[in-house]
Design a binder for this molecule. Structure first.
Ligand code: SAH
Ligand code: CA
Length: 214
């Protein structure tokens, strides 16, 4: 879904960084072989994630929702030389696909994959992060926030994807629509939590940047 007119969106993309060849290949294979390929971050959002990560230059990154590894590789571009990205996905069928591309990239040894429910895995990680990217099941966004906020370093950045949820955030809420309900709760949680400062950016499906106060 495009929130701005398609021609303008094309202009925006054409005046942003090109998509690296390896990521083009990863996207192509995802569209050929994997279910729900629209979940993949893609060219423009991927370059946004890459540039943000380079600005932050994190030592440790946590990603919740790996899918085929597109956003993982974009975020890894900003890692410090000995930095590590920890990425979690519940779908075990994706792990080999992810690893194939991680090992084709310069970041293979800096990426640690976890297969399982993020709700179970996050509490086992005794690590502080400079950058956290939340992009898994929307119903659990508020739970993920509560689990990760103490693991974010002062000055650290939390990125949250799909926070406009195809525009459903401003439509009447259907009682059985648990994803939208959770996203609404989540966006309010971020806005009101005094430990962070938050800006919701209308990039693609909505990307929020929250910075933990020092
Ligand atoms: N970040 C990826 C897209 C992630 S799509 C990109 O930008 O390219 C969302 C992913 O979250 C899916 O792969 C799904 O398997 C995973 N997921 C859903 N529920 C989860 C859970 N409870 N724990 C961990 N991963 C989960
Ligand atoms: Ca997403």
């Amino acid at each position: 879904m495009h929130f701005i007119p398609e021609a303008l969106d094309d202009y925006v993309v054409n005046h942003s960084e090109n998509e690296p060849e390896l990521l083009k290949e990863l996207a192509r294979e995802t569209f050929q072989k994997i279910l729900q390929p629209r979940m993949l971050s893609g060219h423009y959002q991927g370059r946004v994630l890459s540039l943000l990560s380079k600005l932050i230059n994190p030592k440790n990154i946590l990603e919740i929702g790996t899918y085929t590894g597109y956003s993982t590789l974009c975020l890894a571009e900003g890692l410090q030389k000995k930095g590590v990205i920890h990425t979690i996905d519940i779908n075990e069928e994706l792990a080999d696909f992810q690893r194939k591309y991680f090992d084709k990239s310069p970041f293979g040894e800096q990426i640690i994959q976890y297969v399982g429910n993020a709700l179970d895995i996050i509490p086992t990680l005794d690590i502080k992060f400079d950058l956290i990217f939340i992009d898994a099941d929307k119903e659990n966004y508020p739970n993920y926030f509560k689990m990760v906020i103490d693991k974010l370093n002062p000055g650290g950045i939390l990125l949250s994807d799909n926070v406009l949820w195809s525009g459903k955030v401003i439509e009447p809420l259907q009682p059985d629509d648990l994803s939208t309900k959770a996203i609404l709760e989540y966006n309010t949680l971020l806005k009101e939590d005094e430990r962070i400062e938050t800006i919701l950016l209308p990039i693609r499906d909505g990307l929020t940047i929250s910075r933990k106060l020092d």
